[in-house]
Write a protein that binds this ligand. Structure first.
Ligand code: FES
Length: 163
């Protein structure tokens, strides 16, 4: 449970806000970090921490693209295919990435490592094609660059498993 495992961190989050409810987005991040995604149980847990109805936690998680209400891979690729990025080749880049990883739009690789999805503007329009991976930006991408990143992440995941 988050409350026990992260008592100090949660207290620190609460201290930043005038009331508990205002901390809900930070706590959703914490829950997603802990569980990998926001299940119904995770949303209820966060809702209980800030004393709101679980439907409020659901509505916030459903509104923002940085939260996921379905299981996803260890590495979460969110590719902007909004119009300005599309004009710089983001659609073709996204299709090539999906083909390279062998997944459909929004899919996860069989090894559970990579989830790929399209998102709206991430405010890096002049550096498209771009994506964020677990909230870190990667810009001016092409297929070769993303292949190198995928390989690096595969090696990191393998190394982490060997620890
Ligand atoms: S439209 Fe893609 S980052 Fe702005």
């Amino acid at each position: 449970m988050l409350a026990e495992k992260y008592a100090d961190r949660i207290e620190k989050i609460f201290s930043k806000y005038p009331d508990k409810r205002s901390a809900i987005m930070d706590l959703l991040y914490l829950a997603q970090e802990e569980y990998g995604w926001l299940s119904g149980d995770a949303l209820e847990e966060v809702a209980a921490l800030v004393d709101v109805d679980p439907t409020q936690a659901h509505s916030i998680a459903g509104f923002y693209t940085m939260y996921s209400e379905k299981p996803k891979g260890k590495y979460w690729f969110q590719v902007c295919t909004d119009l300005p990025c599309a004009l710089r080749g983001a659609d073709d880049f996204y299709q090539a990435l999906c083909e390279y990883l062998g997944v459909e739009d929004g899919g996860t690789t069989e090894d559970g490592l990579f989830t790929v999805e399209q998102v709206m503007c991430l405010a890096a329009c002049d550096r498209a094609p771009m994506m964020q991976c677990n909230f870190h930006y990667h810009e001016n991408l092409d297929l070769d660059k993303v292949k190198a990143l995928v390989e690096q992440l595969r090696q990191e995941a393998a190394a982490a498993q060997g620890e």
